[in-house]
Design a protein around this ligand. Structure first.
Ligand code: GLA
Length: 393
C-alpha cells in the first residue's frame, strides 16, 4: 500500500540520518516516472510524443555540505556510496547508478551555477530498468536537490535539456527529450502532447470517471546503452539523408509524409525504409491520439495504440515476445480500449487504456496468462497522471 507522503518523508529522513548523522536541515524532493501513451521513438526525430508523469517516483533527502563533497546513497543499493567533489573534474565511473546524478551536477556547474557539497539519500518506488524512466527521475531529483541547496530555481524546460545532456555524456545513452520534459513538467490529471521540435506542450485532461491507465511490467530489464537504441537513431539519420537529396528543406523524419515514404520504397534498404515508415506513421498516430482523447473517442484512440504496437514490433523491431504477449492479451479483456509497449523497448512495460471496471479483470488475466507462458509474474498496477518534479520541504 502507498504510504501518505508525510510518512514517506519521515521515513527517508530517518534513514538519511542513520547514514549521514543527525544534525542540520534536511530537504526532500521528488521526481516522478513517466509512461508514454503513444509517440514512441519519435522524439529524436523532431516528432510528437504523448506521455504522462506517474505516481511511482524517486524521492531524495539531502543536506548541504560546506566542503564541496557530494556523497550519494541509494536505498536500492544498500552499503554503496558514490563520492565526488564539486571542486574537481567529475568523471563517470562506479557505481554506475550514480552516473546520472554525477552528470547532472557536472552540467549544472558547467552552466555556471555555484553549487555547495551535498549528502543525499535516494529512494525509489520506480523499477530500475523498467522502462518507466527511472533515469530521468534520478536526474531531475538530483537537479532539484542541488538547486534547492543552492537556493536557486531553474525553468523546467531548461532543466530538462540539461538533464538530457547529462544522460548523453555521463551515462552514454543518446536519448531524446521526452522523458526529461515530462518528468520536469508533468501536470496532475493530464497527459502532455509535446512537439519535440519546438518543445511546445499541450496538456490534455484524462477523465478519471471514464479512463484508467494500467501498466504491466514484463519484468524483463531494458537498457538504452546496449547499442540498439543508438543504431535506430543512425538508421533514422540515414533515411533523412536520402530524403534530403530531393528536398533539402527536410531536416528530420518529422518533415516526411506517408506519400514520400511510399515513393521511397526500394530506394532505401528495407530495414531503413521500415524504420522511417514507423516514425512517420507514429507521428501521425500521436497527434491523432491526443485529439481522440480530447474528444473522448476512446475506442478510436485504443485502435491507434494497437497499431503503434504493431509498428514498433514489425517496422521498428524494438519489441520482445513478452511485450507482444502482454499487449495482445490485454486486448482480449472486455473494456480495454488499447494496449501497447511503452518506452524504448527490449524489455520494460506495456501500457493499457481501459474502462475503470475492466481493471481488476485485466490485472488477473495478465498475471495468469503471462505466468503460464513465461513462468514469471508481471507487475500490474493502475496509475494516474501526476505533477512533475517538485521540492517537498
Ligand atoms: C527512451 C528515451 C526517449 C525516447 C523513448 C522511445 O525512453 O529516453 O527519449 O526516445 O525511449 O520513445
Amino acid at each position: 500500500m502507498q504510504q501518505p507522503p508525510d510518512a514517506q518523508n519521515e521515513k527517508i529522513k530517518r534513514e538519511f540520518q542513520r547514514i549521514f548523522a543527525a544534525e542540520g536541515r534536511i530537504h526532500v524532493v521528488r521526481a516522478p516516472g513517466r509512461v508514454n501513451l503513444i509517440g514512441e521513438h519519435t522524439d529524436y526525430n523532431d516528432g510528437f510524443v504523448f506521455p504522462m508523469a506517474i505516481e511511482p517516483e524517486v524521492r531524495l533527502a539531502c543536506r548541504s555540505r560546506d566542503d564541496g563533497m557530494v556523497r550519494i546513497a541509494s536505498t536500492a543499493f544498500p552499503g554503496e556510496l558514490a563520492e565526488f567533489s564539486v571542486n574537481e573534474k567529475i568523471v563517470p565511473g562506479d557505481p554506475k547508478w550514480a552516473n546520472y546524478s554525477k552528470g547532472v551536477v557536472a552540467e549544472l556547474i558547467m552552466a555556471g551555477i555555484p553549487l555547495p557539497g551535498m549528502d543525499a539519500l535516494m529512494s525509489n518506488t520506480l523499477p530500475v530498468g523498467g522502462g518507466l524512466s527511472s533515469s530521468a527521475a534520478i536526474e531531475l531529483a538530483t537537479a532539484h536537490a542541488m538547486l534547492t541547496l543552492a537556493g536557486l530555481t531553474m525553468d523546467p524546460g531548461r532543466l530538462a535539456l540539461l538533464c538530457q545532456k547529462a544522460e548523453h555524456e555521463y551515462a552514454g545513452a543518446p536519448v531524446g527529450i521526452m522523458d526529461q520534459t515530462i518528468v520536469a513538467s508533468g501536470r496532475a490529471g493530464h497527459a502532455m502532447l509535446l512537439d519535440c521540435r519546438d518543445l511546445s506542450k499541450q496538456f490534455v485532461p484524462l477523465d478519471p470517471n471514464e479512463l484508467r491507465v494500467v501498466i504491466a511490467n514484463s519484468m524483463v530489464k531494458h537498457e538504452l546503452t546496449g547499442g540498439e537504441y543508438a543504431q535506430r537513431r543512425r538508421q533514422c539519420e540515414e533515411a533523412v539523408a536520402h530524403f534530403r537529396q530531393s528536398d533539402p528543406s527536410i531536416r528530420a523524419l518529422r518533415d516526411v509524409n506517408l506519400k514520400q515514404i511510399e515513393e521511397a520504397k526500394g530506394k532505401l534498404s528495407d530495414v531503413v525504409w521500415r524504420r522511417a515508415r514507423h516514425v512517420v506513421t507514429e507521428n501521425a498516430r500521436a497527434t491523432a491520439f491526443a485529439s481522440k482523447i480530447g474528444l473522448k473517442k476512446y475506442e478510436e484512440a485504443g485502435e491507434l495504440m494497437v497499431q503503434s504496437h504493431h509498428s514498433l514490433r514489425d517496422d521498428y523491431e524494438v519489441s520482445i515476445p513478452e511485450l507482444d504477449f502482454l499487449a495482445a492479451e490485454a486486448m482480449n479483456v472486455k473494456g480495454v480500449y488499447g494496449a501497447r509497449m511503452t518506452g524504448g523497448g527490449f524489455g520494460g512495460c506495456i501500457v493499457a487504456l481501459t474502462q475503470p471496471r475492466a481493471v481488476e479483470h485485466l490485472a488477473g488475466h495478465l498475471a495468469r496468462t503471462y505466468e503460464a507462458t513465461f513462468a514469471r509474474l508481471p507487475n500490474v498496477f493502475v496509475t494516474t497522471a501526476t505533477q512533475g518534479a517538485s521540492v517537498l520541504k
